[in-house]
Each structure stands twice: as structure tokens, then as C-alpha cells.
Write a protein that binds this ligand. Structure first.
Ligand code: FE2
Length: 459
């Protein structure tokens, strides 16, 4: 993926620094300006994928900057996010009126900004560096169209007729095909019919470009499934707009799919977490354990400055890490005496059972390794796989610290829960053998910065 280039226009150096650290997470190249006028000069001198601007600034304010940039053809299409502490309806309306794509309150900036940039990244990945196959028997047209597409950020390959295009398709799959109709060897109609008959090529958007302007050919091609029709002579701008439209329809489809995916996941999560709560509620000693582990693990994720998506996954994995206990006999799960070796062997099956329960749910696939490996030890003496060090997935190592800490401070039938200080001493002691030392340091930093105490979990 190409590197995103983002410009921040903001008069406060502290806020600028905060924004830079959020954006660096995406590997973006970030430039900064201290007021609207400086921002304008930088924006016109280089090509940006995104501009984030404050409103209230000296020399030229953010609304004026937005208005000026939207007047110029070279900066017109750059999305602008207005970041402001002013949240009156007037300011929001004014922001959109001058052409901003989004308005974010400074209070919610880090979280909202991440979401905005993630969406933008997805869109930029969809629209740029896409491969377009241009098929035309005229060398001059091939050259002009190819050059125009490359200028717009697309990649392009060309073929002189259908047969040559089919040879290209064997090794490269284009995202869009622009094709002439009348060509030697294999004409556009036969080429299109061949594509339609092969499942791996049938879905590629196909734009017909032809000087045959008679309506019947046009209708015939559209009926066969062509996506669009360009009548020659056309200018390259028209074809670019058409390609972008086809690709962004595809992007909208992906977005809708993502929304469906999230909705399905939330529904599943709701049912599974209530199952776990019911399971834990039967035992006074484990009540609320999974929620507490999730809270600690998510806190550690934030301390590590992981992305909001990763933190969300860790939170879910924390909530579900002991789901496999559903498959363990009650007399073992609720036993108040110490377990025998044989009984412990049965309890040790819960991570594998948990992973098997989650496996049929596609939207939870990425958290399975964290559930499966949350009882591995850094020295390889844990279970179920006996993984060592970084063989253990990071999310599992994080959850393991939260799980250990919360188990230590919880009462058990045979012992009273430790104090926060005692638990921290034990955690430090097992760092490097049982627990990952980097995760332990992160946990200690987070516990200190959030003034963590035992009462946070037991009221
Ligand atoms: Fe467990």
C-alpha cells in the first residue's frame, strides 16, 4: 500500500504533536502548518491525501482555508477534516458548507480520527494503484489512454486485440477493463463473451469504448453485462471518472459488508457474553472474572498505543477467553477443594474447547488464537501447545497477564485474594518464566497511570 500523506493545520504545537502520534500509527507521512495561510502554501505545493484543520487560527482560519482549497482544481478533491472545540450547529454547518468531509470535536479527536483515517485508507487502497487493462487496435489510443490513467494514479497494461488481452489475463487480473469493439483477431464482443464464460474473469467491470455509436450495439453489450459504454472520441477525464465510479461502487459494497460483519459480530457477542456471565454467576469466586480480564487487557492495549480495532479485538478476546469452560463438568468447575492431577487435566482442555466453540463464527476468527493460547507460559511450560516466547500470540500474552492478576486478587475457597501490592509482587516474580516481560512492564505502567486498585474489580 502506498504511504498516505497528511497535512495538519493547527496553531497549538501540543495538539499538533498529539495528532502526529495518532497518524504515525498508520505509517502516514505527516506535515504541519501553524495557521491557515501556511497550510494553504504547503497544500498547493505538494499532493496530500488528507488535510486536518483547526478552525480558530491566526492569519487565515480553517473555514477560509477550506474554501480556498476547494476553489482550486489541484486541491479540490482532497478530503478535509475540520477539528474544532467549537461544536455549535453554526460552525458544523459552516464547515460542511465550505466543503469539509467530516467534522470532529477535539475532545473525541484520537478515537474519531483513527476511524476517519482507517476509512480513508480503505478508500485510497480501493481507488489507487488499481490495474486497468486497455484493449484497442489503435496504438495511438492505447498510448494516450495508458498515459492518462497512469497520471491519475492507476496502473495500466495494454493489448491490441482480444487474443492478446486473454494472454495478459492469465498472469494479471485487472480491476477494470476498457475495451474497443472492432479489432482484428478477436473483437470486443467475442472477448467479452469469453470473459463472461470464465468464473474468475466474469466479475471484472467492463467498459466498452467504441466509435460505433449505434444504440443497438450499445444495448446489446449492456444486456450482456458490460458496466458502461464510452463513445469515441472521449476525453481521458471521462474514462477516469467512470473507472472511479465503478471502483467506488465496489468500495461502497465493501463498506456495507463491513457493517453487516460488525452487526453479526455484535449479535454473537451479546449472546456469548451473557452465556459466560451466566456460567460465572453460578460461582461466587469467578463472578465477573472475564469482564475484569477484558478491562485489564484493553487498558494494556491502550497503554501500548495499539489501534482502536486491535484494542476492540483484545477486549472481546478477554471477555471470551474462558468460554471453553462451558464444556467442562460442573462438579469440577464448581469444586471447592483443590483439584487432583486428573481433574486438572480436564480443566486444561478449556482453551481448546473454547477455540472450537468460536471456530464456526467467521467474525470472531481473529480472536481464536488469543483464546486458544491464553494459558501458554513464556518458558514453554503452559498449555495447550507448550508454545514459548513470541510463538505465543501477543493478544494471548496480554490476556495472560490480566488473567493472572485478576486470579491472584480474587478470593478462592481455599485462600483469600491477595492485595494489589502482593499480586504485583507475584506478577513481577513470574515475569520472564510464566508471563511475557514486555507485557508485564506495560501492565505495571498502565496500573500506575490508572491508579489501579483491587476495589476497581470488587465493589
Ligand atoms: Fe482460562
Amino acid at each position: 500500500m502506498r504511504q498516505l500523506k497528511i497535512l495538519i493545520v493547527e496553531d497549538s504545537p501540543t495538539i499538533r504533536m498529539g495528532l502526529v502520534s495518532v497518524l504515525r500509527k498508520f505509517g502516514a507521512e505527516v506535515m504541519q502548518a501553524a495557521d491557515g495561510s501556511e497550510g494553504f502554501d504547503i497544500a498547493v505545493a505538494s499532493q496530500f491525501d488528507l488535510i486536518i484543520t483547526d478552525i480558530d487560527m491566526p492569519v487565515m482560519n480553517g473555514l477560509q482555508l477550506c474554501q480556498e482549497l476547494k476553489k482550486r482544481p489541484d486541491t479540490l478533491s482532497i478530503p478535509i477534516i475540520i477539528l474544532s472545540s467549537e461544536e455549535s450547529e453554526y460552525h458544523i454547518e459552516e464547515g460542511f458548507r465550505v466543503g469539509a468531509s467530516a467534522y470532529i470535536n477535539k475532545m473525541n479527536a484520537p478515537r474519531e480520527l483513527e476511524r476517519c483515517v482507517e476509512e480513508l485508507l480503505l478508500k485510497s487502497e480501493i481507488l489507487h494503484n488499481r490495474l486497468i487493462l486497455v484493449v484497442d487496435d489503435s496504438a495511438a489510443i492505447r498510448a494516450v489512454v495508458k498515459e492518462g490513467l497512469i497520471k491519475e494514479g492507476f496502473q495500466a497494461v495494454t493489448a491490441a486485440h482480444g487474443t492478446e488481452a486473454l494472454t495478459i489475463l492469465i498472469s494479471q487480473k485487472p480491476d477494470v477493463i476498457l475495451c474497443d469493439l472492432e479489432m482484428p483477431e478477436m473483437d470486443g464482443i467475442s472477448f467479452f463473451e469469453t470473459l463472461q464464460s470464465r468464473s474468475q474473469w466474469a466479475g471484472i467491470p467492463f467498459i466498452v469504448m467504441s466509435s460505433i455509436s449505434d444504440r443497438s450495439t450499445m444495448r446489446r453489450m449492456m444486456r450482456k453485462g458490460a458496466s458502461a459504454y464510452l463513445v469515441k472520441p472521449f476525453n481521458i477525464g471521462q474514462s477516469v471518472i467512470m473507472i472511479e465510479k465503478l471502483l467506488s461502487d465496489h468500495y461502497q459494497l465493501l463498506l456495507r459488508e463491513k457493517e453487516r460483519f460488525i452487526a453479526e459480530r455484535n449479535l454473537m457477542l451479546g449472546s456469548i457474553t451473557s452465556l459466560i456471565q451466566a456460567l460465572e454467576a453460578r460461582d461466587l469466586y469467578t463472578r465477573g472474572h472475564s469482564d475484569s480480564v477484558a478491562k485489564i487487557a484493553a487498558g494494556m492495549g491502550r497503554q501500548m498505543r495499539l489501534s482502536s480495532r486491535e484494542i476492540e479485538c483484545i477486549d472481546i478476546a478477554g471477555k471470551l477467553h474462558d468460554i471453553g469452560k462451558i464444556g467442562i463438568r460442573d462438579d469440577l468447575l464448581l469444586k471447592s477443594d483443590r483439584l487432583t492431577d486428573e481433574e486438572f487435566e480436564i480443566i486444561k482442555q478449556h482453551p481448546v474447547i473454547g477455540a472450537n466453540i468460536l471456530r464456526p463464527i467467521p467474525s470472531l476468527a481473529e480472536i481464536i488464537p488469543a483464546v486458544l493460547h491464553h494459558h501458554e507460559h513464556l518458558d514453554g511450560k503452559g498449555y495447550p501447545s507448550g508454545f514459548k516466547g513470541t510463538q505465543i500470540p501477543l493478544w494471548a500474552r496480554i490476556i495472560s497477564v490480566g488473567d493472572t492478576y485478576h486470579a491472584l486478587i480474587s478470593n478462592r475457597p481455599y485462600r483469600k485474594g491477595m492485595s494489589h501490592k502482593e499480586a504485583v509482587t507475584v506478577i513481577r516474580h513470574v515475569s520472564g518464566t510464566q508471563l511475557c516481560p514486555e507485557c508485564v512492564s506495560i501492565f505495571l505502567e498502565w496500573a500506575k497511570s490508572s491508579a489501579l486498585k483491587k476495589e476497581d474489580f470488587f465493589s
